[in-house]
Design a protein around this ligand. Structure first.
Ligand code: GLN
Length: 471
């Protein structure tokens, strides 16, 4: 599978064209349609965008991401393509504006090929909550590709686009990246505008890329990051300079690692691979230091209490009046009928949980306590990053699990997020790096996290780690 960076080098040499590249991707999308990676593909528009890009390359006016073929998770708005969030409630909805990330990619010359499948409103860890059917794992179709950005991960892993964008609230970029064997990066909260991303839990949601190479991750991040007047939660910071940061040679440093208790939920294969990777990190000249992240038993409950609370508020706007599908005709009936039929079981579960924890009698016991626990997670990370440059941990406790294995047990599904929820709770950047395969050939991902806004350092260290972990 070829990265955008590799394609670009060939395109600069005029040994291939953007049109040929798009045609090749469209062919894979057709051949592999059973993977259900896309909810919408616009072949005609992609070919037209490719022609413009070829003209630019021929004229020598190519832009920084010229001809980069991108799939967008279907909770990111792009004019001219439907926006469903994997939900029936938005069936037939056409957005009227572009998300900032989509606009910036287009302005840099990227080609948007289509919208990728995802769990409904980004709630899930397996893509089985999509109202349009699950996306399948490309290497073993009986397994899940992870979620909620499962389609975005499959699109890159199976060679249907150079890169894709997903959103990560509790692991939805990193977990599917780990399952599918590609890079998945969740930048610091506030690095990337959320304008045009349909909100799940606004104080955690972050857009980020999937890619085959760290160079592609860096390039996409540089293109889409930076302050945005349309999103007041976006930090007043310039775009990242990750591509140039990758060229710096990293000096040896101290990397935080987990004590065995945090690895208890991990399978033997993931655990062993983690241990092997620690040796590889030492071989790079880094030191490792065992660190503690306190209150780990509270991470999953804290994450699900806070995100469900925010989701219940954010999803109130889908009332059958303003967007998408409408069921029924008398006033109150419309709302009840539309929401009952339009939202799937998982979304309804979260709305109910969120409404409960925000209700006046329980607010202090759950929501307020959740906020306090969140503070402790952030403080714990501050302490770690005062001693170490980065924290190294597995992305997921296991490799890709089988479809149907956890659907009837929400708690088992939620536990899959054990190692990914703490980074968004603290707002710090985190990446999943491909780190080899298990005995069955299924990918394993390792995670690297740094202090908030140290995104460039994170990517630069990731390049180094990947060079030994993929060998
Ligand atoms: N699996 C987590 C959840 O279901 C993460 C979702 C996400 O990051 N969007 O909430």
């Amino acid at each position: 599978m070829r990265s955008y960076t590799a394609f670009r080098a060939e395109r600069e040499q005029h040994t291939t064209t953007c049109t040929q590249e798009v045609l090749a991707f469209l062919e894979v999308i057709k051949q592999q349609s059973h993977l259900n990676a896309f909810l919408h593909v616009d072949a005609a528009s992609a070919l037209q965008q490719a022609e413009e890009s070829d003209q630019r390359f021929n004229a020598g006016t190519q832009r920084v991401a010229e001809g980069m073929v991108v799939a967008l998770k279907d909770n990111i708005s792009f004019k001219g393509m439907p926006l469903t969030c994997g939900s029936k409630i938005l069936e037939g909805f056409e957005p009227v504006y572009d998300a900032t990330v989509a606009k910036r990619l287009r302005e840099a010359g990227a080609i948007i090929i289509g919208k990728a499948n995802c769990d409904e409103f980004a709630m899930g860890s397996s893509n089985e909550n999509s109202a349009y059917g699950p996306a399948l794992h490309p290497l073993d179709n009986s397994r899940v590709p992870g979620g909620s950005s499962g389609g975005s991960a499959v699109a890159v892993a199976a060679g249907m686009a150079h890169v894709s964008l997903g959103s990560d609230t509790g692991g939805s970029i990193r977990q599917p990246a780990a399952f599918c064997g590609v890079f998945g990066f969740k930048p610091s909260y506030g690095r990337i505008s959320r304008y045009g991303l349909v909100a799940f839990a606004s104080s955690l949601d972050q857009i980020g890329p999937f890619a085959h190479s760290i160079e592609d991750v860096a390039l996409v991040t540089d293109v889409i990051s930076g302050s945005d007047d349309a999103d007041s939660t976006c930090a007043q910071r310039p775009p990242t300079q990750s591509v140039s940061a990758l060229k710096h040679h990293d000096s040896s440093t101290t990397i935080g690692i987990l004590d065995d208790s945090l690895l208890e939920g991990c399978s033997a294969e993931v655990w062993n691979r983690y241990r092997q990777c620690l040796d590889l990190i030492h071989s790079l000249g880094h030191q490792t230091k065992v660190v503690r992240l306190p209150g780990r038993e509270a991470w999953i409950p804290t994450y699900y209490i806070l995100t469900s609370a925010e989701a219940s508020a954010n999803l109130a706007r889908f009332d059958g009046v303003r967007f998408g599908k409408r069921v029924g005709d008398a006033d109150e009936d419309i709302m009840i009928a539309t929401r009952s039929r339009g939202f799937g079981a998982e979304v309804q579960r979260r709305i109910m949980l969120g409404t409960f924890v925000l209700s006046s009698g329980y607010y202090d016991a759950y929501y307020k306590k959740g906020q306090q626990a969140r503070r402790l997670v952030a403080d714990g990370y501050d302490e770690i990053f005062s001693q170490c440059s980065a924290l190294f941990l597995p992305t997921t406790p296991t490799v890709a699990f089988r479809r149907g294995e956890k659907v009837s047990d929400p708690i088992a599904m939620y536990l899959n997020d054990l190692l990914t929820v703490s980074a968004p709770l603290a707002g710090i950047p985190a990446i999943s790096i491909p780190a080899g395969v298990d005995s069955q050939g299924l990918p394993i991902g390792m995670q690297l996290q740094t202090a908030r806004y140290a995104d460039e350092e994170l990517l630069s260290l990731s390049r180094q780690f990947h060079s030994v972990m993929s060998a």
